[in-house]
Design a protein around this ligand. Structure first.
Ligand code: PEP
Length: 342
């Protein structure tokens, strides 16, 4: 790989560390660490056996009801030449047979310039996802009747163009777009609604900066970002949330920094996002929405994170530029299912 700046992870050591993680996770699975510990906290072992069994089933159902198919995305960002993209697609295609794709939905996000090549050459088991789509900032559309955004908008890419190319997914509200390119919460909400109106599946990124985490406003920030999306889409006639909106929780301080949020931090945010959806959108949406974690996920740390009950997948930047590492991350889905007892 020439032009693409991959993380320095050595593929074979990453794979062997994944093997180690898989083995240790096997041992841990019998303990059902996360679910079981929480369960014991809420329903002590001295409680009535049948009652405990019933509650355990319900508890697992509630906790698992939000988890659809595990989903892993690769965000290639503004990386790649024609040659390096060709190489990466070939690496992904040659590794796909090692990926348990029946357990894991996968999407990759090449740059706009490479979308068509990737779509035509990547194995069908990968979905192709755009990194952004355009909507007019001044659009006021209280009825959620989103008109065309194709037209005199120099330099932009419309949802209609993505639709025409057969691109089924779009990534919106990535923190790099929010912080470097001026995407406000309101614009992200409109983009999400417009993409949904055209039937695209959407991954919408939310997350706090280091300052926000340190000054205790993490949830204010995330709820505001979610509110801007929920305000624009609903399950009325024109744009629906359904299972087609995936939320990627990406703490800004963990993106591309090598710093990974701790399992407790991730679990706390994910469960609160789901609670927020239940209280502010609907119980159905809270169940159907998959919540990915993104922020320095790699082949070495994905196994630990995948054990969390509220993680429904990963959004991966740097490590998605390496075919073998990305495949190993996708296979963390089986660790997730085992850990939550599915
Ligand atoms: C991202 O950009 O969405 C991301 C998670 O990047 P990285 O994995 O490199 O931190």
């Amino acid at each position: 790989m020439t032009m693409i700046s991959t993380q320095s992870t050595n593929a074979s050591s990453a794979l062997s560390s994944t093997k180690v993680s898989l083995l240790s996770s096997k041992r841990n699975i019998t303990k059902m660490i996360n679910v079981q510990n929480d369960y014991d906290r809420y329903f002590p072992r001295n409680s009535n056996k049948n009652e405990r069994k019933k509650k355990k089933k319900n508890d697992l159902m509630i906790r698992m009801s939000g988890t659809g198919k595990f989903i892993v995305g690769g965000n290639w960002k503004c990386n790649g030449t024609r040659d390096s993209v060709k190489e990466l697609v070939a690496a992904l295609n040659s590794n796909v047979s090692k990926v348990e794709t029946e357990n894991c939905e996968i999407y990759v996000c090449p740059s706009f310039l490479h979308l068509n090549y990737v779509k035509e050459n990547i194995d069908d088991r990968f979905n192709v996802c755009a990194q952004n789509s355009w909507v007019e900032a001044s659009l006021v559309d209280p009825e959620h009747h989103y008109d065309s955004t194709t037209g005199a908008f120099t330099g932009e890419i419309s949802v209609e163009m993505l639709e025409d190319l057969g691109i089924p997914w779009v990534l919106l509200g990535h923190s790099e777009r929010r912080t470097l390119l001026g995407d406000t919460d309101a614009i992200v909400g409109k983009k999400v609604a417009h993409a949904r109106y055209h039937g695209l599946n959407v991954v919408v990124c939310v997350g706090e900066s280091l300052d926000e985490r340190e000054n205790g406003t993490t949830f204010d920030v995330i709820y505001k970002q979610l509110k801007a999306v929920a305000k624009e889409i609903d399950d009325r006639e024109h744009s629906s949330w359904g299972s087609s909106v995936v939320i990627a929780y990406e703490p800004i301080w963990a993106i591309g920094t090598g710093k990974v949020a701790t399992p407790d931090q991730v679990q706390e945010v994910h469960s609160k996002i789901r609670k927020w959806l239940k209280e502010n959108v609907s119980a159905e949406v809270a169940k159907a929405t998959r919540i990915q974690y993104g922020g320095s996920v790699n082949a070495g740390n994905c196994a630990e994170l995948a054990k969390l009950s509220d993680i429904d997948g990963f959004l991966v930047g740097g490590a998605s530029l390496n075919g073998e590492d990305f495949s190993a991350i996708c296979n963390a889905s089986s660790i997730h299912y085992k850990a939550i007892g599915r």
